[in-house]
Design a protein around this ligand. Structure first.
Ligand code: PLP
Length: 391
């Protein structure tokens, strides 16, 4: 009898395939109705819908300011620029490249620190040994799970450095009951299609600091306050009314979508927590992730397959996965000349973490079947590995 695993000849678990992510979008008529008042007046960028979004986001995040920009990357660039920093920018290498790109576009030098092997978040202890010459500390809420933000704030205080969070995936997350958004000097969120709140493209810069908010408002408009005498070298990083209309619709659906993602995560945990060789991303007690990505770490010896072999087996079942964040930033070609210190923990994490589909619109039964498929692949790991090596 053949094992019930597609790579060994069984029918795939999902003949039609499960995508990694499908954005939760409102019915098109809702979007056009939301847009109409601006559109009919000929106001299509940085208008009343953007203002409405900014007011709603500041209320939701509990910050004095929420400034809408055209992407998280642009928001990170402008927020970093607002610090006027000259020294190094300490950050994890286990993050999306844009975290580091924002520093380099500002002419600043990233210094990479390790991540923790269980939470995948910035290892604050390791980072504490790399503070020499550091003006800015950056941490990422990895996969939408809050990092230990107050420990990162303390690190910044110890170094006399500003603190920025790349919160791209973390809109709607809570750390110890507090929403992400108000930690450090500034937090920057993404509204791109794979993120919890969707504008198609867009970002939100959240801060209690009036000077940072004003810099970003000016900087998204070339640095031009309206008199065409630019005060500094800004960008065009405005959010359009079309994007704001979609973001406002998405904000109305955010809590329901977060609840779905939370349910998916609980279903995954119920099966995967007990599976040998699988370590689910560690979340501190009381924290609420967005579960933008559901990350597991695969121990090849205990699981019987390494991360890439598991990904290959799941692909044959029709299940799309991601290897975030691999390669880690310090291993990417764009940072080849950068001369990072060795980061063995980061290399090990990046080489063993796999993220599973967890988007809101997934059926709960689909999540259960994906989890069960991972367990079945583990049960037949020896045969799967033999087949993968033979092929
Ligand atoms: C998605 C993402 C970004 C980039 O966001 P954009 O809005 O596409 O610029 C930056 N950092 C992290 C950690 C991300 O996940």
């Amino acid at each position: 009898m053949t094992a019930p695993v597609a790579i060994l000849g069984a029918p795939p678990a999902f003949p039609d395939g499960v995508p990694y992510v499908r954005p939760a979008l409102p019915p098109l008529e809702r979007l056009t109705a939301r847009l109409a008042p601006s559109y009919d007046r000929g106001v299509i960028t940085n208008g009343p819908l953007v203002r409405e979004l900014e007011v709603a986001m500041a209320a939701r995040l509990g910050t004095a300011h929420a400034v809408a920009v055209s992407s998280c990357t642009a928001g990170l660039m402008l927020a970093l620029q607002s610090f006027g920093a000259r020294g190094a920018v300490l950050m994890p290498s286990f993050t999306f490249a844009a975290t580091a790109h924002a520093a380099v576009w500002n002419g600043l030098v990233p210094v990479f620190a390790e991540c923790a092997p269980d939470s995948f978040q910035l290892d604050v202890g390791d980072a504490g040994g790399r503070l020499d010459g550091v003006d800015v500390v950056v941490a990422n809420h990895v996969f939408g799970t809050p990092c230990r933000a107050e420990a990162v704030e303390e690190l910044g205080a110890r170094a006399g450095a500003r603190v920025l969070f790349d919160s791209a995936s973390a809109l709607g997350a809570r750390r110890g009951g507090r929403p992400t958004g108000g930690f450090g000097d500034v937090e920057v969120f993404s509204m791109s299609p794979s993120k919890p709140l969707i504008a198609a493209e867009g970002g939100i810069v959240a801060t209690d600091d009036e000077a940072i908010a004003e810099h970003v408002r000016l900087g998204r408009d070339y640095g031009n306050p309206g008199d065409y005498d630019t005060r500094f070298v800004g960008l065009n990083a405005r959010l359009s009314e079309l994007h704001a209309a979609l973001a406002l619709e998405s904000l109305d659906a955010l809590d329901a979508n977060l609840a779905s993602a939370r349910d998916h995560a609980a279903r995954y945990q119920a099966v995967l927590d007990d599976l040998p060789g699988v370590q689910v991303q560690r979340v501190d007690d009381g924290d609420e992730p967005t579960w933008k990505d559901f990350g597991i770490r695969v121990d090849a010896d205990a699981f019987g397959l390494d991360r890439d072999e598991l990904a290959a087996a799941l692909a044959r079942e029709g299940i799309d996965t991601r290897r975030y964040f691999s390669p880690p930033v310090h291993r990417q070609q764009s940072y080849a000349g950068h001369g990072s210190e060795p980061l063995p923990v980061t290399d090990a994490v990046a080489g063993s973490v796999l993220t599973l589909p967890a988007f809101a619109a997934l059926e709960p039964t689909t999540v259960d079947r994906i989890a069960a498929t991972v367990a079945t692949v583990h049960e037949h790991a020896d045969a799967v590995r033999a087949e993968l090596r033979r092929a």
